[in-house]
Write a protein that binds this ligand. Sequence first.
Ligand code: GLC
Length: 818
Amino acid sequence: MTSLVRRIGMGLLVCALGSANGVAQGWQHIGKVERVETFKEGLQNGVELTAGQTKVRVTQFYNGVIRIRVAPTGHFPKDFSWALAETPLNYISGPVQIHDEKNEVKMIAGPVHVSIAKSPLLITFSDASGNVLLADEPSLPMAWDGPRVHVWKKMPPDENYYGLGDKAGPMNRRNRAFTNWNTDEFGWQESSDPLYKTIPFFIGLRKGIAYGVFFDNTYRSSFDFGKEARDYFSFGAEGGELNYYFIAGPEPKKIVEQYTAMTGRSPLPPLWSLGYQQCRYSYYPESRVREIVKTLRDKKIPADVIYLDIDYQQGYAPFTINREYFPTFEKMISDFRAQGFHTILITDLHIKKDTNHGYVPYDSGTKNDAFVKNPDGSIYVGKVWPGDSVFPDFTLTRVRNWWGGLYKDFVAMGAAGFWNDMNEPSVFFRADKTMPLGTVHRLDDGTTIDHRAAHNIFGMENARATYEGLLKLQAGERPFVLTRAAYSGAQRYAATWTGDNSSTWNHLKMSTPMLMSMGISGMPLVGDDIGGFAGSPTPDLLTRWFEVGALNPIYRDHTAKGTADQEPWVHGPEHEAVRRKYIELRYRLLPYLYTVTEEAARTGIPMMRPLFLEYPQAQEFYGDDRDFLLGRDLFVAPVTTEMVDAEDISLPPGDWYDFWTGVRHAHEEKIQLRPRLDEMPLYVRAGAILPMQPVVQNTGETPDGPLQLHVYPGDDCRGSLYQDDGHTLAYQKGEILHINYSCSASSSSISIISSIESNAFKPWWNNSALTIYGATAAPKEVRIGDRAIQDWHFDAQAHTVTLTVPNAAKDWNVRVQY
Ligand code: GLC
């Protein structure tokens, strides 16, 4: 390659010819550094390098995060990001040491050592021990070509790449190339790309050591992890700034924490949104919706949410109600509330172009000059569900505020959540499925950007407008917004799902790696259409989908128009019973699920975790797309194949208890199962203390009985419980219950300690029922504090000891002597 590069004046290198490496003609690679100056702006501290007319800033963004900005012409645009949270978390910047040497500039910023070779400019990131983590490919210094920008990095043969949000196929992105351009991709398949979201963030992982890269660029971007070449990978964009962040680990968890400290975390959702959600395109008329809700209750299938898809609207016009189909819409919503059902309404972002009919969103939007325009100043009109439609200019704060206000009536009617679909934005009858690239999007400062720059953030700003509107309208209630399109940072406003999947076994299989990828890409509140959207699942497929879905963050059954019914009961009593069992399992696990959801809101670590997130040293799991962890303590090995011959299960490091039988297994054991239709392999970490509850029909119902604590003795024995009122913002003022549990076991005894960290919320329970696993003999003595008790029970078959701790919301300790 170097022979193809000819040095010209001003320190630029020009790639004169296309190369065997596949580099396109026309790239201007950066050349020799001629000047080095220190640079400081806010917390950012580092160097500004000049190479010809080009300037490069390498700064510590904050501890462990290094930012690279490149201005090919020497002029940096205004520093602005849609992705970064307005109130960044944990931003602490330590001192930076800079050594300007003859051939390189060395920068030491906390744990990161950056070396910048001068001729040509090449950047290498290492850790404090000198291990190289990420380095520019020497034959391909960073480059631009007109508006396009690109970076090439060396690719060690054993490095793995994860992230990029909702990409299909294997979670490890190596050997494939991807494009980010939010796309309505009905019936997407394993090789479909791009999909609905743009998350230009990935984690590189090699031998247990990880780093992250966030390329904050909203234009159409691309990542090539070895499709083009074997020794380097690359990323770039069609326009915008070459602006990326290197995030130091070394633990993958640390990177997710850092990335979400920058781009924000999902606020704690209402508890009801973690319940079972029933949807289809579309339930109507009103009698049908009422029938669905009633059937769920009659059949004692727990559920919290019913959705109304586009057919509740008049002519598919958002914010209207089809009164013919829904004669008592408001009463229906309040009747559902009374039965513990939350109604979520779809409100797509396109506004029907409906002049002179008193259609408020169109009329008020027009009056407020709220719609996206063509370059000639006319309003852009595109066809979507309602026919001719116009599109709010969500990049303007005043338009987001206007949009947020449109929810007033629905909120007053008692609708509990909103679904922002089609917000890539999707436009029908166009080859590119979206609005023309030249459409004009206005910004608050009076400048404009075109659709090339705005496309990938459009959906996020739509969700933001909804979320911020609901915050104002709902008086202290947590908003719930579901969005389909996203850019990095969308997690601050909305939950999401994987769009229009299909009712096939392969789609069931693809779900887990996709949900895990979104989780590590900052979006923990994710689910897929249970049973598949396009097509109709076979009975077994739907049942298996209900099984794994019970342990996914969002649990929503949804299907397309014209497909067979897909509710839990449609395939007869046997299937219904299995599906009910798993929906009940989810409700029994709610105390644990809510506790890990709070952890995700606080730390960014997703509820649904790939094995490498908890066990980065265990390289045998780097390619495990089938299994996942829910929180730290549940290991799920879902059945995603039709012909279950035998499933091989490799347990994560440590010992694990079979959730169903209580049998303890060592990591080394090779487990082979032939799971019956009602069995999904599920294991609990030896060392876990799992909080559970009695089954309820919805999260608003008070569980009948004590808190259930399942104690699985093992190493590092601990657990925790987080509870609050489940729906208001009072938790932000500290009105929470937070308890830490720990245990220590020897061959002849086990002690369990409960200690309260915060008890400013009073839970439903007073007592805790303990089930201690791994008991091989009846105890000689059981004590609560210093009082010996008699009312314990030993089950020789299940190897459990059970007992109840009264007044368990206070600190307590239990000791079992065998
Ligand atoms: C899109 C959505 C789907 C929805 C349908 C009708 O295809 O992805 O979930 O049901 O539009 O609104």
